[in-house]
Design a binder for this molecule. Structure first.
Ligand code: AMP
Ligand code: MG
Length: 328
C-alpha cells in the first residue's frame, strides 16, 4: 500500500494505491479570493488541510495506517512553499510510521497514470495552467519533445478570459462560449516542436478591445482561441509521435478536461492509427492518485528509490529530463 501526497501548486491531495489500483484519491484546492495564486497562501492552505484529508482518506477507505508500506510525494517541479508543505507532511508521516519516502516528479506522474487505463509507452500531451509540455520516454530518460516558450496554455486561456471580464478559471467558461462562436484567424505560432501563446494573447486582447458587440466577440474569440491554440498543441504532439514512432497518446493537465481538445486529439490519433488515452477528470487535474500510482511503479521496480525521511528534498525547478530513471 502506497500513500500518495500531491502539493506542487494549488491542490493538496492524498491517495492510497495498492497493486496499481487507486483505493482512494481525494483533494482540496486552494482558491484565491482574487487574482492568481500566492504560493505562501497556498502552502498555508496545504498545512491546514493535510491532517484532515489524511484522516478522511483512512476513514473512507477503511485502510489502517500499519498497512502503508511507503509514501510517494511529488517533490518536483512546483512552487517551493507548496512543495515544502508536502515535504513536511510526508516526513512527519514517514517518521511516525517508520517507513520510507519515494520522491516523484509531477510531470512524469501525469504520463505514468496513462498506464492505469492501458497506455504502455505513450507520448504525453501535458496541458495545464503553468505547464505545457510534450513528454515521452526515450533512450533511458523522460524527454521533453516540445514545450511552450512562454505561458502555459491554461494560464494563457485564463489571462485572455480575465481580460474579457470572465472569472477564474477561464477554461471551462471559454469552452462554453466557444460553442456559439465563429472562426477568426489568429497568430498560429509553432517553432519546431515548441509553441508560444503571447502573440495570440496580444491579438485576442486587441480584437476584444476593438469589438462593438462584446458579447458576440467573447464567443468568436473563445472559439478561435480554442481552434488555434489546440491545433498548435495537437500538431506538436503529432510530430512527437512521428519522431519517436510511438503509437499512443495520453492527455494530462487541467486543460485536457476540454472536450474540443480531446476531440482534436482523438481525430489526429485515428488518422495516424494511434491509440488515444484520456484519463478520467480526477486523474487529469493535479491529484495524489497519479503520484501514489507512479510511486508504486518506482518502488516495486527498485526499493532503493525509497529514501529515509531526512534524505528527501524538494526540487522546485527540476526538468523532466533531469530525473534519474533507475526504475525502468
Ligand atoms: P491545472 O494547472 O492542471 O490544475 O489546470 C488548471 C487549468 O486548466 C486552468 O488554467 C483552467 O482554466 C484550465 N481548464 C480547466 N478546465 C478547462 C476546460 N474545460 N477547457 C480549457 N481549460 C480548462
Ligand atoms: Mg499538473
Amino acid at each position: 500500500m502506497i500513500l500518495g501526497i500531491e502539493s506542487t501548486a494549488h491542490t493538496f491531495g492524498i491517495a492510497l494505491v495498492e497493486k496499481g489500483k487507486i483505493i482512494i484519491n481525494i483533494k482540496d484546492m486552494f482558491v484565491p479570493k482574487e487574482g492568481g495564486i500566492i504560493p505562501t497562501e497556498s502552502a498555508k492552505h496545504h498545512r491546514e488541510i493535510a491532517d484532515i484529508l489524511y484522516g478522511r482518506a483512512l476513514q473512507e477507505s477503511g485502510i489502517k495506517e500499519k498497512d502503508i508500506d511507503a509514501i510517494a510525494f511529488s517533490n518536483a517541479p512546483g512552487l517551493a512553499p507548496c512543495l515544502l508543505a508536502g515535504l513536511e507532511f510526508a516526513k512527519k508521516k514517514a517518521k511516525e510510521l517508520g517507513i520510507k519516502i519515494v520522491p516523484v516528479n509531477h510531470c512524469i506522474a501525469h504520463l505514468e497514470i496513462g498506464q492505469s487505463i492501458g497506455a504502455k509507452d505513450p507520448v504525453l500531451l501535458y496541458a495545464s495552467g503553468a505547464n505545457t509540455q510534450i513528454i515521452a520516454y526515450a533512450s533511458g530518460k523522460y524527454r521533453v519533445f516540445g514545450e511552450t516558450l512562454d505561458l502555459g496554455v491554461g494560464n494563457f486561456i485564463d489571462k485572455v478570459a480575465r481580460h474579457m471580464g470572465i472569472g477564474f478559471p477561464g477554461g471551462p467558461k471559454i469552452e462554453q462560449l466557444a460553442k456559439n462562436g465563429k472562426y477568426i484567424e489568429l497568430p498560429y505560432s509553432i517553432k519546431g516542436m515548441d509553441v508560444s501563446f503571447s502573440g495570440m494573447q496580444t491579438k485576442l486582447q486587441q480584437l476584444y478591445g476593438k469589438a462593438q458587440d462584446k458579447e458576440k466577440a467573447k464567443e468568436d474569440l473563445s472559439f478561435s482561441l480554442q481552434e488555434t491554440a489546440f491545433a498548435m498543441l495537437v500538431e506538436a504532439a503529432e510530430r512527437a509521435l512521428a519522431h519517436t514512432g510511438k503509437k499512443e497518446l495520453v492527455l494530462g493537465g487541467g486543460v485536457a478536461c476540454n472536450s474540443r481538445l480531446q476531440e482534436m486529439c482523438r481525430i489526429m490519433c485515428k488518422e495516424r492509427d494511434c491509440k488515444f488515452y484520456c484519463p478520467e477528470r480526477s486523474l487529469l487535474t493535479d491529484n495524489a492518485g497519479m503520484i501514489a500510482y507512479t510511486g508504486e511503479l518506482m518502488y516495486n521496480a527498485d526499493r532503493k528509490i525509497a529514501l529515509d525521511f531526512d534524505k528527501v528534498d524538494i526540487k522546485p525547478r527540476e526538468r523532466t529530463d533531469q530525473v534519474d530513471v533507475s526504475w525502468k
